[in-house]
Design a protein around this ligand. Structure first.
Ligand code: HEC
Length: 201
């Protein structure tokens, strides 16, 4: 976007400078007027050029509390992430038959990579892909079914891109980088002093 806007404006600006120089050399008396006109034009041009960059840097607003609650439900129920990662995301899995999920509280993944991992899973491990179209069209690491050394495990359910965003919102709000679960965090996490919090002194 940036480059597309910059090229015509700078061409246009250099044309203007050229025209201005011609006029200046011909009619020296016009110089102050042309100079101020150019200043205005350059300022407008700069404003137009900077606009797209400024939009991209606008910080993402804090997610809606109801989105966090949705994400938490998806984590616990539809996605059943807790079967392998534990309800607290700390890797203490809920189902002993399931593969050992990693400790999501300590993950170093940024949002984009975390979302990619949920969509595409992690080939060669027990982490399933939740995107319905993972490994069909190269969207996951440029690979298709035939490129996988071993088939991916089936996910408990596939998730819509929007649902995966909600799970990520939830994880970054309540799990990632929050340190080990303790009693206070447990009560905050569940919204009340539930049975699960009794194990924490
Ligand atoms: C069947 C078990 C299983 C389920 C269900 C599961 N995971 Fe995983 N997950 C794993 C395993 C095993 C790993 C470790 C992969 C490895 O060894 O790199 C993992 C890794 C991850 C990672 C990468 C962490 C890191 O720091 O590298 C993320 C993020 C993740 N899972 C999120 C989720 C989410 C969110 C869900 C639910 C939508 C989910 N997982 C469901 C088993 C599971």
């Amino acid at each position: 976007m940036g480059e597309v806007t910059v090229a015509p404006i700078s061409l246009w600006a250099s044309d203007l400078v050229y025209t201005a120089r011609m006029i200046i050399t011909c009619k020296r008396s016009l110089r102050p007027h042309i100079f101020s006109a150019l200043v205005v034009l350059v300022a407008i041009g700069a404003g137009l050029v900077r606009a797209p960059g400024a939009t991209a840097q606008t910080p993402t607003p804090a997610p809606d509390p109801s989105d966090i609650a949705d994400g938490m439900r998806l984590y616990q129920q539809k996605g059943d992430c807790q079967a392998c990662h534990g309800w607290a995301g700390d890797g203490r899995k809920m189902d002993s038959q399931m593969p050992d999920g990693s400790n999501l509280r300590e993950t170093r993944l940024d949002r984009a990579r975390l979302i990619m991992t949920i969509k595409c899973g992690r080939p060669g491990t027990g982490m399933p892909a939740f995107d319905k179209f993972a490994y069909t069209d190269g969207r996951c690491y440029g690979m298709k079914q035939a490129d996988l050394k071993s088939p991916m495990p089936d996910p408990p359910a596939t998730l819509q891109p929007r649902e995966i965003e909600r799970v990520a919102d939830f994880l970054f709000q309540k799990v990632v980088g929050k340190g080990p679960m303790d009693r206070a965090k447990c009560i905050e996490y569940w919204g009340s002093e539930v049975e699960a919090c009794r194990e924490f002194k």
